[in-house]
Ligand binder design. Structure first.
Ligand code: ADP
Ligand code: MG
Length: 260
């Protein structure tokens, strides 16, 4: 679905990402992990077409991403950021309707009525009681669910998430990840998510891509990637890795030690 060949992105004097070779197949859930400034967001911006590579080839479904118009790409690729939606006086329902933008003509009309689709999403995300509520009257968890609803309304085949759970408490982190997982089960959508929480990444992602100083430091399953030595080397901490008692996923326990 996505192929990167020797992709680099340079901003003035900063090499944000360098020499990335990477393939993503339909239906996979990838986690991108790595320290601050390692190029994770830049890589997502390249995938979403917000930035274009300084060199190399980046293809989505066999075509260079740069050859797609914005609206055309938005019919297949949806992006959700850390704070998916800022506070605003739009209602939840209106925000979901905005997700239909790529399918509307210049008058804002759509061929088919999207009402039933929006109703389904609202039910699925347990937003029934909030659909007429303005965004600035919602909690962070509810707002992030509305943001997820907007990208679901877009009916993409590829979902890009940039640290979507950063501002959520642990209940809402898990709720959010489970809703994405369920959506993926229902539709076979491909997911690429930048995640800071290695333990969440280990439980939800099939594959991890590790960035360090803009380069790929490793890729593989959570079990292959999340070893004590590798985490020490990439994140400069001294962790203990244990196996989750219920599902066997590697789980990273931090000690107070940092390493240089
Ligand atoms: P991460 O998301 O892993 O924290 P980023 O992709 O945001 O990392 O940044 C990677 C590097 O590229 C950093 O050194 C950052 O300062 C630089 N960078 C990112 N975006 C820009 C930009 N628009 N202009 C200049 N430098 C940038
Ligand atoms: Mg980032």
């Amino acid at each position: 679905m996505i192929t990167l060949q020797d992709v680099s992105k340079r901003f003035d004097r900063v090499n944000a990402v360098t020499g990335i070779d990477w393939n993503v197949s339909v239906g996979e859930w990838w986690g991108i992990i790595g320290p601050n400034g390692s190029g994770k967001s830049t890589l997502l911006h390249l995938l979403s077409g917000v930035e274009s590579p300084s060199s190399g080839h980046l293809q989505f479904r066999g075509r260079e991403v740069s050859s797609y118009s914005r609206k055309e790409l938005a019919r297949s690729v949806a992006v959700l950021q850390q704070e998916g939606l800022g506070p605003s006086d739009f209602t939840v329902r209106e925000v979901l309707e905005m997700g239909r933008y790529p399918f509307q003509d210049w008058m804002g009309r759509e061929k088919k009525d999207s009402g039933p689709l929006l109703d389904r999403i609202i039910r699925k995300l347990e937003l029934e009681n909030f659909q007429s509520r303005r965004l600035d009257q919602l909690s962070g968890g509810q707002r992030q669910r509305a943001a997820l609803g907007k990208v679901m309304a877009q009916e993409p085949t590829l979902l890009l998430l940039d640290e979507p759970t950063t501002y959520l408490d642990i209940h809402h982190q898990l709720q959010f990840m489970n809703m994405v997982a369920e959506w993926r089960e229902d539709t076979g959508i491909t997911v690429i998510s930048v995640l800071h929480d290695l333990n969440l990444a280990a439980q939800f992602c099939d594959q991890l891509l590790v960035l360090q100083d803009g380069k790929i430091a490793g890729e593989g399953t959570p079990a292959e990637i999340l070893t004590e030595d590798f985490i020490r080397q990439v994140f400069r901490v001294d962790p203990a890795v244990v196996s989750h008692p219920e599902n066997g996923a590697p789980q990273v326990l931090l000690t107070a030690n940092v390493s240089d």
